[in-house]
Every structure is written in structure tokens, then in C-alpha cells.
Design a protein around this ligand. Structure first.
Ligand SMILES: [Zn+2]
Length: 284
């Protein structure tokens, strides 16, 4: 074979090789592993979970107790101490014991702070249309020297070194406790509870089960009675499944109340979807 023919054959094979074999990977630099940015998705079966300022009972949280005086009720030091020691601490201990049943640890030490505020006017003893629930956190913030609740919240988070502040507003008079949210212009919710604790009828008014119930609401727990309107379907089911649940009834002794699977799921103590969530009546 002539030398030029040999060269042609070699060139043919080189061209053939280059046509069919993809050599690009050899010249390509290894790509960096892409960073996956996951948007936090609120689990739709947990309506109130992680939708507001209180989202995690286990970490970086301070309960901020505000003893609020209004034009018809005031607090003195021994009444405040009684509330904190006998009711608030007992409630936290209860929640901690119940969280343990789901292998969740809630710290009960050094995680509360107290202040006294003033409400100018009279705080209604329950939620009423256009009632004091609408401006109570504003008044609390202003009476503590802040422009508005957001400024107070930012300051407290920084000074207390936490990511969440749970506001517990306590009135020294009888009433019906509730959980409510202040919504700012960015549509962010600052969650708070209002308790009514008449020290004269001490023991009769706000009890530890009420405090625990409302605190659980802050973190996403739902009532078992009529949560979505005027239909009793969920209540019926819940009476069978969770007759002693703290979101169902308020016993005198908080330890007589249970925290069932759905409540535990609602506040993020377990990720196991309870069976009843597959039942459409649960959502009525
Ligand atoms: Zn409730």
C-alpha cells in the first residue's frame, strides 16, 4: 500500500471517530453541584402551622408575658407572681410532658420574660366585632415605648436572642380567653393570646388548660368544635377519636387533658398524617 493511501485511511478513521464519538465531555469542566433553593411549603393539611410569627415550639422561642392594666383592672406584684408561678409555669410543664410523649423536647427554663403595660380604655372580656383585640397589641407596644408591634417584635427578638416571641397578654379580670393575630402592612401575622385571670376568683378563672390550649393555638393547633363554620362533622368525629383532647375540652386539672395525634400533628410534634385527615368530614 502506498504511503499516501495509508495516510488517507488513517485520516478517514480519525474523521469517522470524530463524527460518531462525542468527545465534548473530555473538554468540559466539571459542573458545580447546583444549589437547590426550596421554598418553604406550608403543609395544606396543617392550616395554621408555620403561617405566623410563632412556628416552632422547640427552638429559639421566648414567651413574653404582658400584665396589662386597663381603666377597670390593674395588677399588683403578688398577683403577677401567682399567675406566672402557679399557672404559666404549670402550663409549660404540662406542654413539655406531653411533647415528650412525641419525643419532642420543649425547654421550660429561662424562656419567658415579663412586662407590665397599659391599655387606655377598657379591654372587652371576649372577642367582639371591632373590639379591643384589634388594637391591643398596638397599645401594648406603645405603652412599652415602641412605635408599633413590629418595632417591638424586632427589638425583642434581637435583645432576647430568639427567632420567635409568643405574646401572652394577661388581664386581671374575668373573661373568655382567646388567640388572635395582629396583621401588619406586609400581611405578616404577629400572634398573641389574651387571658383573663381574675385574682379575686383565683382558681375559678383562666386555668392551666386554657393557657395550654391557647398557646397550642399560637403554633397551629385547631379547635375540634366547629373550626370551619357551622357544621358539626369534625366535632362528631373528634368526640369519638379525641374525647379528652385539650382542643376539645378544658378540664380543671390540665393533666386530665390529652394531646392527641391531630393536635400534635398540627403543631409539628409529629409529621405522621393522622388517618382522619383523609376523611372529608374532618374538614367541615
Ligand atoms: Zn380554641
Amino acid at each position: 500500500m502506498k504511503r499516501s493511501t495509508k495516510v488517507k485511511i488513517v485520516i478517514f478513521f480519525i474523521v469517522f471517530f470524530l463524527c460518531f464519538v462525542d468527545l465534548r465531555p473530555l473538554f468540559r469542566q466539571q459542573k458545580p453541584t447546583p444549589t437547590v433553593i426550596t421554598t418553604p411549603v406550608v403543609d395544606t393539611t396543617r392550616k395554621g402551622y408555620k403561617t405566623g410569627s410563632c412556628y416552632d415550639m422547640e427552638n429559639s422561642l421566648c414567651y413574653y408575658i404582658i400584665f396589662l392594666n386597663d381603666n377597670e383592672s390593674q395588677w399588683n406584684d403578688s398577683e403577677k407572681t401567682k399567675f406566672t408561678q402557679k399557672k404559666f409555669i404549670t402550663s409549660l410543664n404540662y406542654l413539655s410532658a406531653k411533647a415528650n410523649e412525641y419525643s419532642v423536647t420543649i425547654s421550660t427554663e429561662y424562656n419567658h420574660s415579663e412586662v407590665t403595660g397599659t391599655y387606655s380604655g377598657i379591654v372587652e372580656t371576649e372577642v367582639v366585632e371591632n373590639g379591643s383585640q384589634e388594637d391591643i397589641l398596638n397599645q401594648v407596644a406603645q405603652s412599652c415605648g415602641f412605635e408599633n408591634p413590629d418595632e417591638m417584635n424586632s427589638h425583642l427578638k434581637e435583645s432576647l436572642g430568639v427567632n420567635q416571641v409568643a405574646y401572652l397578654i394577661v388581664m386581671n379580670k374575668d373573661g373568655r380567653s382567646y388567640k388572635y393575630s395582629y396583621v401588619n402592612e406586609n400581611n405578616e401575622k404577629l400572634e398573641f393570646c389574651v387571658f383573663f385571670d381574675d385574682s379575686i376568683t383565683f382558681g375559678e378563672s383562666t386555668c392551666c388548660a386554657t393557657i395550654s390550649h391557647e398557646i397550642l393555638h399560637l403554633f397551629g393547633a385547631e379547635d375540634y368544635y366547629n373550626p370551619y363554620g357551622d357544621t358539626p362533622q369534625r366535632e362528631k368525629l373528634a368526640k369519638e377519636l379525641y374525647p379528652d383532647d385539650i382542643m376539645m375540652k378544658i378540664p380543671k386539672n390540665v393533666y386530665d387533658a390529652q394531646i392527641g395525634e391531630y393536635t400534635a400533628y398540627s403543631v409539628g410534634w409529629t409529621d405522621t398524617l393522622p388517618e382522619e385527615c383523609n376523611n372529608e368530614n374532618w374538614w367541615k
